[in-house]
Design a protein around this ligand. Structure first.
Ligand code: URA
Length: 444
């Protein structure tokens, strides 16, 4: 087989076979096929697209390029969830403990922040002592004992995807549905769960800017998951404004704890209830309707989630999870022990009374990044205390002097920069604006 012929074949819009795709992935992972040939193939894929069969074969080849996690030593149906990334998305911190409190094993590999979006691993590391690099044995033992463990992706999880992603990033070939779907699903399949609930974000703070593209991505990922024999579903959710109010690592953990206690923001609580209830259904503990096609089953799952929050079992599970992974649970019980920002600066609206029409969500993520809440380079050390607390959201009214957000920072210069970004991120209207619908679609 020659790489040149495969580039030529794809360039002409023909379908690559399973063997050809495996040849490409293996050759690239081993460093035998050079970057420039893979770049040419990626661009051919970008323009000529891939069939479902090709997308599935690419996913499996990438999933098999490293060590796949073997979760067979964990009893029960293991459920994972994945978000395509957004601003203020701390959902795993809430749904993981809720689902685990229902007795369902949650064995989750999570990522670090990427660009303007935050990552679960960084958030968990804002809890003093929390260890996200547990060994595979400890990971499995923890899930068997308390039904939940969350760890960072191991270096050898789908290494082909890591190399390909880095190349896509610099060759303008990230935004292709097959390439995104196979990239995400290769890591999910290599992580070993039996059921996967995907939260596909859609809007100006997400990869997918409109609902049509988000549905296409969701359909591609659900198809791959099902072809691989996993229960897979996707929920399309709004990312035209930050999720909840808090953006930034420690701030988001605090909001997650509030939500586990039943005191979270309305939109974030709604999302957690929807995702956790779908995870419960996917596990099969409520019967064979794993895709929640019957309303009565959906209602049962939703009630279970609400009950776990009301009784405090979900919060207790979170505390148990923190302790099990070496975190100082006193920090959760007394949030004053979290790292603290030196400055808390209000962002004030000046002007006539208006409605909030739009928020450039990516810019809110960038404001948190500028404050030090994310990585500018691979080597950057994150400031866990900084971030943004959003006070006003789409559809809210504002009058002269109202605070639209608070900035948590540790440097006056960075606070000033973040303030400018936030002021410019808000757009107003003098006509009434409705609050956006959070759950846009479900793909099963
Ligand atoms: N996240 C991934 O893991 N891969 C992509 O291609 C895009 C987002």
């Amino acid at each position: 087989m020659r790489m040149y012929d495969l580039i030529e074949k794809k360039k002409r819009g023909n379908e690559l076979s399973k063997e050809e795709i495996e040849f490409v992935v293996e050759g690239f992972t081993k460093g035998i096929i050079p970057d420039y040939q893979i770049s040419a193939l990626l661009m051919a894929i970008y323009f000529m697209k891939m069939t479902d069969e090709e997308t599935y074969n690419l996913t499996m080849a990438m999933a098999n390029s490293g060590t796949r996690l073997n979760l067979s030593a964990i009893e029960g149906v293991k459920i994972d969830k994945h978000s395509t990334g957004g601003v203020g998305d701390k959902t795993t911190l809430v749904v993981g403990p809720i689902v685990a409190a229902c007795g369902i094993p949650v064995a989750k590999m999570s990522g670090k922040g990427l660009g303007h979006t935050g990552g679960t691993i960084d958030k968990l590391e804002s809890i003093e002592g929390f260890n996200t690099s547990v060994s595979e044995d400890t990971f499995i033992k923890n899930v068997n004992e308390i039904k939940i463990a969350v760890a960072g992706q191991t270096a050898n999880l789908a290494p082909a995807d890591k190399k390909l992603y880095a190349l896509r990033d610099v060759t303008a070939t990230v935004d292709n549905i097959s390439l995104i779907a196979s990239s995400i699903m290769s890591k999910k399949l290599a992580s070993g769960a039996d059921g996967i609930v995907l939260d596909v974000k859609c809007g100006n703070g997400a990869f997918m800017k409109n609902e049509e593209d988000a549905v296409k991505l969701a359909e591609a990922m659900v198809k791959i998951g099902k072809m691989a024999g996993r229960t897979t579903m996707a929920i399309i959710t709004d990312m035209n404004q930050p999720l909840g109010c808090k953006v930034g690592n420690a701030l988001e953990v605090i909001e997650a704890v509030d939500t586990l206690k039943g005191n979270g923001p309305e939109d974030f609580t709604e999302l957690c209830v929807v995702i956790a209830s779908r995870m419960i259904l996917a596990s099969g503990i409520l019967g064979s309707d794993i895709y929640g096609e019957k309303q009565e089953n959906l209602d049962k799952a939703v009630n279970m989630v609400k009950e776990k929050i009301k009784t405090g079992e979900a919060y207790d599970k979170f505390c148990e999870f923190v302790t099990m992974q070496g975190g100082n649970v006193e920090v959760i019980k007394n949030i004053d022990l979290f790292p603290k920002a030196s400055y808390i600066e209000p962002v004030v609206y000046n002007g006539e009374s208006m409605y909030i029409r739009q928020i450039h969500t990516e810019d809110i993520g960038k404001a948190s990044l500028v404050l030090g809440g994310g990585r500018e380079t691979k080597e950057s050390v994150i400031d866990m205390a900084v971030g943004v607390d959003i006070v006003k959201k789409i559809g809210d009214t504002v009058k002269n002097g109202d605070v639209i957000a608070y900035i948590y920072g540790n440097s006056p210069d960075k606070v000033t920069q973040a303030k400018d970004i936030i002021l410019n991120a808000y757009l107003y209207s003098n006509e009434k604006v409705n609050k956006p619908k959070l759950i846009k679609n479900i793909v099963i």
